[in-house]
Design a protein around this ligand. Structure first.
Ligand code: A2P
Length: 340
């Protein structure tokens, strides 16, 4: 079996990695066709001509993997499905739709069985958190969760990486910082305590709301109490997360460590005597979620704390999207159900 695959947003930060991962992981594709905006149409990428989206250009695909923003997914993902392709979408557009499975490959792959053509890839910060929490949730239940994120700029896209670099260069050269255009404050040598945007009247950012909603949907637990602060830090790649949680049933630190050690896609890096814990630089370029600093939260007898780091462009986006495609292939699910 070999599929015709469209990558929509192929020139972007995530789309570029998606194309590379499809090849690196030897996904059975007979063609990988790049799509981007009109601005990029006609350019060559890996020997293929970049296409703009049109009713004609989207015909004849089995699978379309999207990372081109919510507006593009909102308009074009359903059209790809209509044209016969299964869509894996990296934007936030469809994640809240009860008809759309929201899937982390190692965590809830069975949700793919009921897809109706469209599948959502979770938010990058939520993705890595799920890999770390799933074994703990399965073993002892998570009653309450408190997460602070330290998110890199590549999650915002190519423009944000350029903004960090330009501001850093200017600051080091003693020049005035160029005006921020991507973030509301300078990002170089700074920490922004509200990653994402505030909807009118909301005291949480959309990024924080995503983690709250998506965590409950993926773990299938509407009772889970969750508080989140998302911060943006001047790091190119990899999100870091400080996690405090309270389990429903007793779970020792050693038991939690054994569970995490067995979780696919997760690597424990946890030796305080050697200052061994995950860092953003160590996680960058790797597919695994790195977990360390596992310890008892001294404020609660069933409290645990951990530090979770992963490359937001890889497991947080492209790798998981390709893993979803792999599971769909293995289970014979790369077809749009007749009722869709
Ligand atoms: P382009 O490079 O032509 O602008 P990032 O998240 O890194 O900013 O990347 C966004 C991706 O989405 C890019 O590949 C971008 O293409 C693509 N994109 C943006 N708007 C559209 C659109 N209207 N139709 C198709 N692709 C789009």
């Amino acid at each position: 079996m070999s599929y015709r695959v469209a990558v929509v947003g192929a020139t972007g930060a995530v789309g570029t990695v998606m194309r590379a991962k499809l090849r690196e992981r030897r996904f059975p594709a007979s063609a990988i066709v790049p799509f981007a905006s009109e601005r990029s149409a006609g350019r060559e990428l890996d020997g293929e001509t970049v296409r703009a989206l049109s009713d004609e250009s989207i015909q004849g695909f089995d699978l379309a993997i999207f990372s081109a923003g919510g507006a593009t997914s909102g308009e074009w993902a359903p059209r790809f499905v209509e044209a016969g392709a299964v869509v894996v979408d990296n934007s936030s557009k469809w994640r809240r739709d009860p008809e759309v499975p929201l899937v982390v490959a190692e965590v809830n792959p069975d949700a793919l069985e009921r897809h109706k053509g469209l599948i959502a890839n979770p938010n990058c910060s939520t993705m890595q958190l799920m890999v770390a929490l799933k074994p703990i949730h399965d073993a002892a239940g998570i009653a309450r969760l408190n997460v602070s994120t330290y998110q890199s700029v590549s999650g915002t896209g190519v423009k944000a990486v350029k903004e960090l670099e330009a501001q850093t260069r200017a600051a080091l050269d003693g020049r005035p910082l160029p005006e921020p255009t991507v973030y509301p404050h300078p990002i170089a040598f700074n920490v922004l305590g509200g990653a994402g945007n505030f909807a009118e009247g909301d005291d949480h950012t959309d990024e924080e709301r995503k983690m709250m909603f998506e965590t409950r949907k993926i773990l299938g637990d509407d009772e889970l109490a969750i508080a989140v602060t998302c911060a943006r830090v001047p790091v190119r790649n990899s999100h870091s997360e400080s996690v405090s949680l309270e389990t429903r049933e007793d779970l020792s630190v050693d038991e939690a460590r054994a569970l995490l050690a067995r979780m696919p896609g997760l690597e424990l890096v946890d030796d305080p005597s050697r200052h061994a814990y995950p860092t953003a630089l160590a996680a960058a370029g790797r597919d695994e979620v790195l977990v360390g600093r596992l310890r008892r939260d001294p404020t609660h007898p069933r409290g645990l704390q951990l530090w979770v780091v992963s490359d937001n462009l890889l497991k947080g986006a492209a790798t998981n999207a390709i893993q979803i495609a792999e599971v769909l292939h293995e289970r014979g699910l790369i077809k749009v159900p007749a009722a869709a």
